[in-house]
Design a protein around this ligand. Structure first.
Ligand SMILES: Cc1cc2nc3c(=O)[nH]c(=O)nc-3n(C[C@H](O)[C@H](O)[C@H](O)COP(=O)(O)OP(=O)(O)OC[C@H]3O[C@@H](n4cnc5c(N)ncnc54)[C@H](O)[C@@H]3O)c2cc1C
Length: 240
């Protein structure tokens, strides 16, 4: 991409978004490795409308973009990112019967805690998984044999044109740490989880047990992005 084109695109975005568009914003504090250079442009999207507006504005320009969640599954280059980083900070958690509806920028752990508080079971497995709800859907985050796919009912997506629509679980073609979002580039704005009514003490007990197991296995307070290796099926793991 030519420098002039990039500068021109940058100026158009600055004219439109003013102070909300930050130049040369450090990404090191926004990922769990704590490394990496700056984003040439950075925008904190706090609402669905914020995200739609910036996606639509960028659609007409020659500028590369990256959607940042909790930064817990990223290795940011020391050269930084020569484009626009959009941080998903869409918050809000609501209860509707046995369902939780939330902004995709919420920490997954906040949803686990909210579910426990409301005696809803199904999300205990996610105790201690870093990152946002959007990141968990993107990569079908999971642990202890359970994955995001098992509890997600639907999600509101924003496509590259900035159009919003809601898709049900089957759309995401969830697989091991995979979803269709890795090919479509759509962004999760909000999510709905379908859970089961349970007994608060039991749900809390499961979460506590998982937390203790994780703490015993993982280096607590280390700068990491979690596990780097794929769990392969038992059969394939046997030699000879
Ligand atoms: C200590 C530790 C333990 C971990 N344990 C586990 C574990 O047990 N199981 C597990 O599965 N993972 C684990 N992880 C990895 C990480 O927590 C997950 O991959 C998490 O789901 C990433 O979410 P994030 O918001 O941080 O995504 P980011 O790191 O910000 O982004 C990762 C990818 O997701 C995309 N993305 C983020 N938000 C959205 C969105 N709203 N819409 C579309 N795409 C989006 C980004 O563009 C990027 O491509 C662990 C990480 C740490 C640091």
């Amino acid at each position: 991409m030519g420098l002039m084109i990039l500068k021109d695109s940058e100026q158009k975005l600055k004219d439109r978004f003013g102070d909300r568009l930050i130049t040369n914003h450090s990404l090191a504090k926004l990922n769990t490795f704590g490394t990496g250079g700056p984003a040439r442009l950075f925008y904190d999207a706090r609402t669905v409308d914020d995200l739609v507006a910036i996606i639509r504005a960028v659609g007409e320009l020659e500028i590369q973009t990256f959607l940042l969640g909790g930064g817990s599954n990223l290795l940011v280059s020391d050269d930084g990112f020569d484009g626009l980083v959009m941080k998903n900070s869409i918050m809000g958690i609501e209860l509707d019967g046995n369902e939780i509806i939330c902004g995709a920028g919420e920490d997954l752990q906040s949803i686990v805690d909210f579910a426990t508080e409301n005696s809803l079971s199904g999300l205990e497995f996610a105790t201690g998984i870093y990152g946002t709800v959007g990141g968990a859907i993107f990569g079908n985050a999971g642990a202890y044999g359970t994955e995001t796919a098992g509890v997600l009912k639907s999600a509101q997506l924003i496509d590259k044109q900035g159009d919003i629509r809601t898709e049900e679980n089957s759309y995401f073609k969830f697989d091991y740490r995979n979803s269709i979002l890795k090919t479509t580039g759509e962004i999760v704005a909000t999510a709905k989880f379908a859970l089961e009514m349970g007994i608060k003490g039991e749900i809390q007990g499961k979460c506590d047990k998982i937390r203790a197991e994780r703490n015993a296995k993982l280096p607590v307070n280390a700068l990491t992005a979690g596990c780097f290796f794929k769990n392969i099926p038992d059969k394939a793991a046997k030699f000879g």
